[in-house]
Design a protein around this ligand. Structure first.
Ligand code: 4AD
Ligand code: MG
Length: 431
């Protein structure tokens, strides 16, 4: 019976079949040890010359790193083994034995080399743990929305209107239509959908031609966006802190072994629960000035500023009410001070930067026209978006969560490139 390594404990004493790859192997005289990995874990296979055929023993000795194979044998309890079991082999069947050394075989390969071999690097234990955490984050996101009555809306990748800002768009030639863009955000489409379905979300790739080469920027990254009709600024903040806390808890409950394997300090994650602290942009500027930053009211924050703000708190912190001019065209002005907007950035702890960008949206037709002009955006391309303000317009709010930044924070990764299977960065699109 074919079983996976993670399930071996349920089969103690039984004969099983394992399918996988050689993680490590060694042999001496009459005994060979194979560490077999199958994507769910690693188990030691013991091959004794005295209890297998000559063929099987010779096969076992021929194996090298990343050979693919099938092993048949008995599951034995073994307290000293990592998973509490080992396999006493009856038969070892090599499927394909590499003719050369596996390229990822040293602890000190350079990051460039590892990225060049990303397709093979994925087989390392560290990457396996990270990808399991990514999977848990994505499952947690979907489960949160499922439990909270949201409908998933898949927003398009090709878009005719600029969704966020003109600076970092990928342009594509689209038949007779001319130039279109790869989506920077699905927000505008979610705004349309929330007027149809109330509470909606998306989850998919977005694209930004960012010239920044930082440990927080990808060119292609996944975003989870939510949009809710009748939600105002305050409702929006609550939704965000509930979502982020839910994701962290979900990962702690379902992927703790992977966090431990990465030596993540779990105690920091256990503190993540609502409510999150809040400061206004204006307060944040004062705080930064006090710390010696050269920043004026009106400037946007960079990575260093975000890290300094985050240092003051153990939980993610909302920075709210940014200057209108520092943010996107669609944000609703604060009725108490029209120079600032009803928005927030959620800054993760421990220097992981902005994980959410959010706002209440302008729902007044004339004000939106005014803003589109102010931002020099082509009104024609927004005819459909403006329609939403002509037919039963209501206050509404939403946000976008950067999936890879969230994973980097939860998993404790130094660089965002490990948070996605095949990262696209300024200088890399291969493999
Ligand atoms: O703050 P941003 O630009 O917000 C929007 O796009 C809104 N339209 C979302 C909305 O309200 N529906 O992007 C949202 C998040 C950021 O907070 C950040 O976490 C992530 O997306 N992000 C990036 N992640 C990796 N690489 C990049 N180049 C990123 N740019 C943004
Ligand atoms: Mg932002």
């Amino acid at each position: 019976m074919w079983v996976y390594v993670k399930d071996l404990k349920k089969h103690i004493g039984q004969e099983v079949e394992l399918k996988g790859w050689v993680w490590r192997s060694r042999s001496s005289g009459k005994i060979a040890f194979i560490n077999l990995r199958d994507g769910t874990g690693i188990v030691q296979v013991v091959v004794e010359a005295s209890s297998v055929s000559t063929d099987t023993f010779q096969n076992a000795k021929k194996l090298r790193m990343e050979s693919s194979l099938i092993v048949k044998g008995t599951v034995k309890e073994e307290a000293r083994a990592p998973g509490g079991v080992e396999i006493h082999a009856k038969e070892v069947i090599p499927l394909q034995i590499p003719k050369e050394d596996f390229p990822i075989n040293k602890p000190d390969h350079s990051i460039e080399y590892l990225m060049d071999h990303r397709h093979l690097w994925l087989r390392s234990r560290r990457q396996m743990h990270i990808l399991n955490i990514r999977d848990a984050v994505l499952k947690g996101i979907r489960k949160f929305y499922w439990e909270n009555g949201f409908i998933q809306i898949d927003t398009p990748i090709f878009t005719g209107a600029i969704g966020e800002s003109a600076g970092n768009l990928f342009e594509i030639d689209y038949f007779d239509y001319g130039k279109v863009y790869l989506a920077q955000t699905g927000q505008l489409y979610l705004e349309a959908a929330c007027m149809a379905l109330g509470k909606v979300y998306n989850l998919g790739p977005t694209f930004r031609a960012e010239k920044s080469k930082t440990r927080r920027h990808l060119i292609e990254f996944w975003m989870n966006e939510a949009e809710v009709a009748f939600y105002e600024h305050e409702d929006n903040l609550k939704l965000q802190e509930n979502l982020v806390s839910y994701i962290v808890k979900f990962v702690l409950e379902n992927a703790a072994e992977h966090l431990h394997a990465l030596k993540r300090d779990i105690s920091k994650l256990e503190k993540i629960e609502p409510p999150f602290p809040r400061i206004t942009y204006t307060e944040a500027v004062k705080l930064l000035q006090k710390k010696g930053f050269n920043i004026q009211w009106g400037d946007d924050f960079g990575g260093d500023e975000e890290t300094e703000i985050a240092k003051q708190f153990e939980k993610p912190v909302f920075v709210t009410h940014y200057p209108r001019k520092a943010k996107a065209f669609y944000m609703q002005p604060d009725p108490e001070n029209p120079d600032v907007v009803l928005c927030d950035d959620l800054i993760a702890p421990e220097g992981y930067g902005e994980i959410i960008g959010a706002s209440q949206r302008i729902h007044d037709y004339n004000l939106l026209i005014e803003r589109l002009k102010e931002f020099n955006l082509p009104i024609d391309a927004y005819d459909w978006y403006l329609d939403l303000r002509k037919f039963g317009s209501v206050p509404h709010s939403g946000f976008g969560l950067g999936v890879e930044r969230t994973i980097a924070w939860i998993a404790g990764l130094e660089h965002i490139r490990e948070a996605i299977p095949f990262p696209r960065t300024l200088y890399r699109i291969h493999p």
